[in-house]
Design a binder for this molecule. Structure first.
Ligand SMILES: [Zn+2]
Length: 347
């Protein structure tokens, strides 16, 4: 498993920059290269989080309760600055083995107020210039999506797959809208899937593992039910689809951080993630995001330190191969303790 990972530290980067260099370098909020499986073939993806003016949704109605992205928002960025962030990543990394590029924004990729259509298309063209890239993935809230916008994006990709991402988070309406405050109705999700299909796009649905107020057991069952719902919907619309899980992590200055610090939220255990994978992989392509967004170990899905690295490596191996053989064999003495805790309702 090949992993490249870099944190961006604006202060030290600024100190390193050459005073005589006229061209300004603008780096993205975050980027990472990690294993992925593209239509059955093991590969690697580059994920770039581009700074824009941020998620409009957040300040408007008290925001999604878990999201900490808003603190990374860049103000006063020009269209060129937005494209430059992707360009910088593309020219300063060895991307020989990368066949997927995920262009994520701090907000919605289809929100014209954060990023206009020309800039969107310029970003996609940049990604499409790389011959070995097979799939380009973007993400947006449902309300910004039109068939026309997706189709225009599609035409800039030179026949590469455009994958459209929607954060459904959970198929359960109460969990999605009351707990996570996503403000997304199931019918709007379905309607967006219909639009993506009409524009010949592929679908990736983001699901959370263990939103707040759910026990470990309830969270596992919610994730599994949500996967079934996503692939049933994909079948209904006859659209190629996959699921990308985002096990919940703790961002700074969020409601969730308050809950976590006051012991009212327990992070998901990696063994629960293993169970979710083993019970869902047969429904379709599954990816588990373990991106730490520069957080410390304590704020991430966890196991005990002795097996943490190994389990994470196994999950990333699964992301690449979609093969659960070694996940089935995976074990550790801490697993029985985890099971006992779950039975006793402690987690
Ligand atoms: Zn262990």
């Amino acid at each position: 498993v090949r992993l490249a990972y870099q944190k961006i530290d604006p202060v030290s980067e600024a100190l390193k920059s050459n005073c005589y260099e006229e061209e300004k370098v603008i780096k993205p909020a975050f980027y990472r290269i990690s294993p992925v499986n593209i239509n059955g073939i093991p590969s690697n993806r580059l994920m770039v989080v581009i700074k824009t003016s941020g998620c409009e949704f957040s300040p408007k109605i008290d925001g999604c309760s878990l999201c900490g992205f808003v603190e990374n928002t860049g103000n006063g960025l020009t269209d060129e600055d937005i494209v430059e962030q992707l360009d910088w990543v593309l020219r300063s990394n060895d991307l020989t083995d990368v066949e997927e590029i995920d262009i994520l924004t701090l907000g919605s990729f289809f929100n014209d107020n954060a990023i206009n259509q020309n800039t969107r298309l310029a970003l996609l063209e940049k990604a499409a210039e790389r011959v070995q890239v097979k799939r380009v993935s973007v993400e947006s809230r449902a309300e910004y999506v039109t068939i026309d916008k997706i189709q225009q994006c599609q035409t800039r990709l030179n026949g590469k797959i455009l994958e459209f991402g929607i954060g459904l988070e959970s198929a359960d309406d109460y969990i999605r809208n009351e707990i996570i405050k996503k403000n997304l109705l199931k019918k709007d999700f379905m309607d967006t899937v219909r639009k993506v299909k009409a524009a010949n796009g592929h679908l990736v649905t983001y699901l959370l593992i263990k939103p707040p107020h759910l026990s470990e057991r309830a969270a596992i069952e919610d994730a599994i039910k949500s996967v079934k719902f996503v692939f049933q919907t994909a079948m209904t619309f006859d659209i190629p689809a996959r699921v990308a899980f985002e096990p919940v992590f703790i961002c700074k200055d969020t409601n969730l951080e308050q809950m976590y610090l006051s012991s009212n939220y327990n992070l998901v255990n990696l063994w629960s993630i293993i169970e979710v994978i083993i019970r869902t992989y047969q429904y379709g392509n599954i990816y588990v995001g373990l991106c730490d967004e520069t957080l410390t170990y304590k704020r991430m899905p966890h196991s005990f330190p002795h097996c943490y690295k190994n389990i994470v490596q196994e999950i990333e191996g699964f992301n690449k191969t979609q093969d659960i053989t070694s996940l089935l064999q995976l074990d550790c003495h801490c697993r029985s303790h985890y099971r006992d805790q779950m039975i006793r309702g402690e987690i």
